[in-house]
Design a protein around this ligand. Structure first.
Ligand SMILES: [Zn+2]
Length: 315
């Protein structure tokens, strides 16, 4: 929607603020431009055989870019306020993403993949251009990641752990890694073997892991961006904000990690035109400190899994 005010053409943001029409147009370009930049840097790192170094630098640059843009172009001003949970978010990130992913994904999975590749690599189409192999890898990995995420919502024993991620009272780039370590491990165990069994070469593992990390941080950021039809293809912030709704009828949707393919096919896609809720989280007990959150899934008073599978629009 656009209006003319004082000779200046403005657009209206989702929360009723006026926005310069040029900035409005740029908000459509931000997500693809940032992700493309990360992919370009990853490509350079893989080509020069410094994939890990370039990934770490790119990931840090991505964090700094999102931190800056969250203040310049916030989607939700309420979410800029300190929720007192940054130490817990950081500790979960270091434990889950740092320890587990480095140890399991890089140390074990890629090692096994290389061993599998040296024995013939199974049916993997190694003659395809790398870009098509990466898309194929993303599709295979998504099968496991969608299943793992959906089970974490619909099976009470796993929801106890996944609830830690959903208990965040606001979305911003910093709580991308706020996952209970058990949640991270079960998600990896349910999703990574598919790629391994398919015989994916190590470069495809690096690509899929890197793109998952980039899209994951973008998905949680608090930046006013627009996506148009990209919402039906990728797990964008617009789609993921509905997933964090406190209302299970809205939140039990959009399980895709990178791609929305399975959500569209299995009718768990949910992205109505109205603005997603600001008051996100879970209706159940969750401590605000790290150790309390690590212990909470093992306590008796953890809330039950949100089993309402019918979304708010009755689909
Ligand atoms: Zn979830």
């Amino acid at each position: 929607m656009s209006i003319v005010s004082s000779g200046q053409i403005d657009a209206i943001t989702g929360d009723g603020r006026k926005q310069n029409i040029v900035v409005y147009g740029l908000t459509f370009l931000l997500w693809p431009a940032i992700l493309s930049s990360c992919i370009f840097a990853t490509s350079f790192g893989i080509q020069t055989e410094h994939a890990a170094t370039y990934f770490n630098i790119t990931y840090l640059c991505l964090a700094l870019t999102l931190f800056t843009l969250e203040r310049a172009l916030p989607h939700e001003r309420e979410w800029l306020k300190n929720d007192g949970q940054m130490p817990a978010d950081l500790a979960h990130t270091l434990l889950s993403k740092g320890f587990v992913q480095v140890l399991v994904v890089v140390g074990v999975t890629i090692g096994i993949a290389e061993a599998a590749a040296s024995k013939g690599g199974g049916l993997w189409p190694t003659h395809w251009p790398m870009m098509l192999q990466v898309i194929f890898g993303l599709l295979i990995a998504e099968t496991g990641m969608y299943a793992a995420h959906r089970i974490a919502h619909e099976w009470a024993p796993l929801w106890r752990f996944h609830a830690v991620h959903h208990s965040a009272p606001r979305l911003w780039f910093f709580n991308t890694g706020r996952f209970h370590v058990v949640d991270t491990v079960t998600s990896i165990l349910l999703s990574q073997p598919l790629l391994f069994l398919a015989g994916a070469p190590s470069d495809v593992f690096i690509w899929v892991t890197s793109i998952t990390a980039f899209i994951g941080m973008l998905t949680h950021c608090n930046i006013e961006m627009r996506f148009g039809p990209l919402n039906y293809v990728f797990n964008t912030p617009a789609v993921h904000r509905w997933h964090h709704s406190r209302n299970p009828a809205e939140g039990n949707s959009n399980y895709g990690e990178n791609l929305m393919l399975y959500d569209v096919l299995l009718k768990t896609f949910y992205c109505p035109k109205r603005r997603p809720p600001t008051n996100i989280g879970i209706d159940g007990p969750m401590p605000t400190k790290f150790l309390g959150q690590v212990a909470q899934p093992f306590r008796r008073n953890q809330m039950a899994a949100p089993l309402d599978h019918t979304n708010a629009d009755g689909e």
